[in-house]
Design a protein around this ligand. Structure first.
Ligand code: FNR
Length: 197
């Protein structure tokens, strides 16, 4: 049976992003758990702010279709997301909204969010580690899009000092949490892979 395919993305384009570091570290853990890992940047999928009139006038942006197709060929998706104003950063919300629109051969809206499993992580300078942002992201994915999101998640508070010079987590408990989360996502993605084979 081929390895489950895991897609990893960070919801920040900022140079030195803590969430990009978390995404990179998570990608290593997925590989150690013997998944086939792809890490993407939203910088490669530039999207206008969602506008239904724009969509009606010019159609779907090709990047929205490309992003949906990229998600669609994976069995598991890990999103490392910052918290903005106690909620989802617009980069991720906009991507979710655009991805919900392309429909192949009459498939229903939100089809790409089904048949795969999502896991969430966040890094933030605050002590709560972006927990409120993940609650909002979870709401959008689960209630809005019908996605299966693992109950396990990771939040890294005081993120500026959380990583060592090799970009590993300094705190052993956090490192163990990430490893366990990665193993769980690969395990459930493996079930999805077998179901779709
Ligand atoms: C923030 N930040 C932030 N942090 C937090 O813990 N709770 C919050 O509500 C917010 N709100 C917020 C709003 C806006 C507009 C910005 C730009 C930032 C701080 C944020 O977590 C911090 O900039 C992180 O470093 C962003 O993640 P990356 O870029 O390091 O991945």
């Amino acid at each position: 049976m081929p390895a489950p395919k895991i897609l990893v993305m960070a919801g920040s384009l900022r140079a030195g992003s803590s969430n990009a570091r978390l995404a990179a570290l998570a990608a290593k853990e997925f590989a150690l758990a013997e998944a086939d890992v792809t890490r993407i940047s939203f910088a490669d999928y530039p999207l206008p702010l969602f506008d239904a009139d724009l969509m009606a006038d010019t159609g779907l942006p090709r990047q929205a279709i490309a992003l949906k197709d990229m998600v669609g060929v994976h069995h598991g998706v890990f999103i490392a997301s910052p918290e903005y104003s106690a909620s989802i950063p617009p980069l991720i919300k906009n991507a979710i909204d655009w991805m919900s629109r392309p429909r192949d051969r009459g498939e229903p809206n939100y089809a790409v969010f089904k048949g795969r499993v999502f896991a969430l992580g966040s890094a933030s300078p605050g002590s709560a580690g972006g927990l409120r942002g993940l609650m909002a992201l979870r709401q959008s994915l689960e209630l809005g899009c019908g996605a299966m999101v693992l109950p396990e998640q990771i939040t890294i508070g005081r993120a500026q000092g959380a990583f060592d010079e090799n970009d590993n987590l300094k705190d052993e408990t956090q490192a163990a949490t990430l490893k366990a989360l990665a193993r769980r996502l690969v395990e459930v993605a493996g079930i999805m892979a077998r179901a779709s084979a």
